[in-house]
Design a binder for this molecule. Structure first.
Ligand code: ARG
Length: 457
């Protein structure tokens, strides 16, 4: 097959080169965006008097026919046509004849591919924003049910202080809120239109870039044609945002895995989200959160890949940039899968509140509260800390928890202890007492829930 750019050449392309340089294997995912961009471009060419309205009509109809074929899976893409842009142009010419060759007036594949990717990222980002919100909603629904469910809070994965389970879930709610804000903010930069930058320098045709920018739903054309075709920041930004987002997903997944272990036994994931073992009949494996945690690797990898690709690239377009797509698609598809599983998995998980409470009853996580008790009675906190340290050691040696010690035993350590110490040590009281703004005290958690709800709107 002759090339659309064959005029300058005297020899056919080496077969291996053809295959090596082709991107059609993956950039066909941009087919519909490519058509959308072409439709806006050709209509603008008509409005600006660059093509006749008959030509515009013929090309527009031709593009719609090809669009249908693509949607119905009837389009045939060829490696010899290299990429999605030239495949579609070839099909157009086959469909409507040589007038199809007028579509590429005043544009280049360089602004074309950038436009396609902007359109792709715009559509996906809008979907991701919604999906992150679904995860937030699932977290909030669980949180509403578990304000008074008490679990051990950890630092260093050692029991630290008891907290409300809702408080723990809402911590993730706010992480996802920031992710959502980052996605929303990135739309400002995704929404610049490269179309009309042409190869790198603009075009002598009297085109109207604002017209195509508006038609495609962008906010404005890039002010600089060189920047327009060279910029891949918007993809880098998406890959960075995704890396942070998958980090949050991975941390949450890790906790779900830990919590569903026999050792913790704090939650049970719904059967629909777990799988069994081919050899050990008793097993119910948390494969989904494990995979979510594992997917982090490729998402970080795609970010590193593109950063490395762009570093040191001179302006403007270089063929290296064709390598920008697979990571973008991969991250986008990986994220889509992760977010759509995460929401229902959280929503359906069962929280074993008796177990979490039992866990809190069997630890020393109320020790800080005894220290505070003495401190409030006037003892410097450092001294109080020292005394309680000795009480904890004593209790461990006696095989007792802090609530099991008698008042006499307490008073042996300090005469400041009175009967009311027991009230202070009860887990509910320990949680409720942390009523400082943003703390785990039940009242604060209720305020936080209200705020979370408002945030979701
Ligand atoms: N397939 C190419 C890519 O994805 C399209 C742009 C090609 N432009 C060029 N001058 N070779 O990067």
């Amino acid at each position: 097959m002759t090339k659309l750019w064959g005029g300058r050449f005297t020899k056919p392309t080496n077969k291996l080169v053809e295959e090596y340089t082709a991107s059609i294997g993956f950039d066909q995912k941009l087919a519909l965006q490519d058509i959308k961009g072409s439709l806006a471009h050709v209509s603008m060419l008509g409005e600006c008097g660059i093509l006749s309205f008959d030509e515009v009509k013929t090309i527009t109809n031709g593009l719609h026919t090809i669009e249908k074929k693509i949607v119905n899976g009837e389009a045939e893409f060829n490696v010899s046509d290299e990429d999605i842009h030239m495949n579609i142009e070839r099909m157009l010419i086959e469909e409507i004849g040589p007038v199809g060759g007028k579509l590429h007036t005043g544009r280049s594949r360089n602004d074309q591919v950038a436009t396609d990717m902007h359109l792709y990222m715009k559509e996906k980002t809008e979907v991701f924003i919604q999906q992150v919100e679904d995860v937030q909603t699932a977290l909030m629904k669980q949180a509403e049910q578990h304000v008074e469910t008490i679990i051990p809070g950890y630092t260093h994965l050692q029991r630290a202080q008891p907290i409300s389970f809702a408080h723990h879930l809402l911590a993730y709610f706010w992480m996802f809120e920031r992710d959502k804000q980052r996605l929303e903010d990135s739309l400002k930069r995704i929404n610049w239109s490269p179309l009309g930058a042409a190869a790198l320098a603009g075009t002598p045709y009297p085109i109207n870039r604002k017209m195509t920018s508006d038609a495609l739903g962008f906010d404005q054309p890039y002010p600089n044609s060189l920047d327009a075709v060279s910029d891949r920041d918007f993809i880098l930004e998406f890959l960075s945002i995704s890396s942070i987002l998958i980090t949050h997903i991975s941390r949450l997944s890790e906790e779900l895995i830990l919590w569903s272990s026999q050792e913790f036994d704090f939650i049970e994931l719904d059967d629909a989200f777990c799988t069994g073992s081919s050899i050990m009949p008793q097993k119910k494996n948390p494969d989904v959160p494990e995979l979510l945690r594992g997917k982090t690797g490729r998402i970080y990898g795609n970010l590193m890949g593109l950063l490395t690709l762009l570093k040191g690239l001179p302006l403007a377009y270089n063929k290296d940039m064709q390598e920008d797509k697979e990571g973008m698609f991969d991250t986008s598809e990986t994220l889509d899968g992760a977010l759509s599983l995460l929401a229902p998995m959280i929503e359906t998980m069962e929280v074993k509140s008796e177990n979490t409470r039992e866990a809190v009853n069997q630890d020393y996580s109320n020790a800080t509260d005894i220290a505070d008790y003495l401190a409030i009675k006037g003892l410097p906190f450092r001294q109080a800390h020292e005394i309680i340290g000795r009480i904890v050691l004593y209790a461990i040696q006696q095989n007792k928890y802090l609530l099991d010690l008698s008042l006499e035993e307490y008073q042996d350590f300090s005469p400041l202890f009175e009967k009311d110490i027991y009230k202070k040590l009860a887990p509910d009281q320990v949680v409720a007492a942390r009523n400082s703004e943003g703390g785990t005290g039940f009242e604060q958690v209720q305020n936080q829930l209200k705020l979370a709800k408002q945030t979701l709107g």
